[in-house]
Write a new protein. Structure first.
Length: 239
């Protein structure tokens, strides 16, 4: 007897098969709350562009790390015919303190608009968001597998600095800015007295922070992206 061999396509194939398989007819709706912990692997890419006298120079660096957050979510769901489930939810994101640091390298081209070397930072703050869910029940029961698409309004502290290589004088620009991470992923709910919920999502956002002076333009671009895994419990109430 041959043992089936799992491949990288096994999980996506099972997900698609579950979504497309026939299910018994059901129809109900209700409210739910979800309390979850989330672990994320985050990468931040920072590009600093200096413009003087019609010319410009740019330098890019990146940094990565891990972080955690507590998610408090409330939403509504509706179960349609053939086992389909649709829902929407609002969430509050409470991240743990996390600080990513990087170093901008100088361009050293000899032009007035050369990028000076310096340190930069990014840290997470409070976030709120919304998510849409679409999936199907598993084996006709209360377990579900679903796709999710969402957006968050997140706030973070952004900072970038530079040191004049000729004088050694250092300066820093720092600002708390909002950004809009878009996310997409998959989720699974296991039927329990308090259903257990697993979600894996990819997220990405971009921030363009511009400082303009009469003879100087500074453009700070940040791209924040990564993967997040959350595990939570749900409390549901049918209407």
């Amino acid at each position: 007897m041959r043992t089936p061999i799992a491949t990288p396509f096994t999980l996506p194939a099972c997900l698609i098969a579950s979504l497309l398989a026939p299910h018994p007819v059901a129809g109900q709706s209700g409210f739910f709350i979800r309390l979850a912990s989330e672990v994320s692997a985050l990468s931040v890419e920072h590009t600093k562009t200096v413009t003087i006298g019609g010319g410009s120079s740019a330098s890019t660096s990146s940094s990565s790390g891990f972080g955690t957050a507590i998610l408090v979510t409330g939403g509504v769901r509706s179960s349609a015919s053939a086992g389909w489930m649709f829902g929407s939810e609002l969430e509050v994101v409470l991240p743990s303190p996390r600080l990513l640091k990087g170093t901008i390298d100088p361009t050293n081209s000899g032009n007035p608009h050369d990028v000076w070397p310096g340190r930069w930072e990014f840290s997470d703050k409070l976030g709120v968001g919304g998510t849409f869910l679409a999936g199907r029940s598993v084996d006709g029961g209360d377990g579900r597998i679903y796709l999710l698409l969402g957006v968050r309004r997140s706030w973070g502290d952004f900072a970038t600095g530079g040191t004049n290589p000729e004088t050694g004088v250092a300066g820093e620009d720092r600002e708390r800015l909002g950004h809009w991470p878009l996310s997409a992923g998959i989720g699974m709910t296991m039927a329990r007295r308090w259903p257990v919920d697993f979600r894996l999502r990819y997220f990405r956002s971009a921030v363009d922070w511009v400082i303009s002076q009469p003879d100087l333009g500074l453009d700070y671009d940040y791209v924040v992206s990564g993967f997040a895994l959350s595990v939570g419990v749900r409390r549901e109430s049918d209407r």
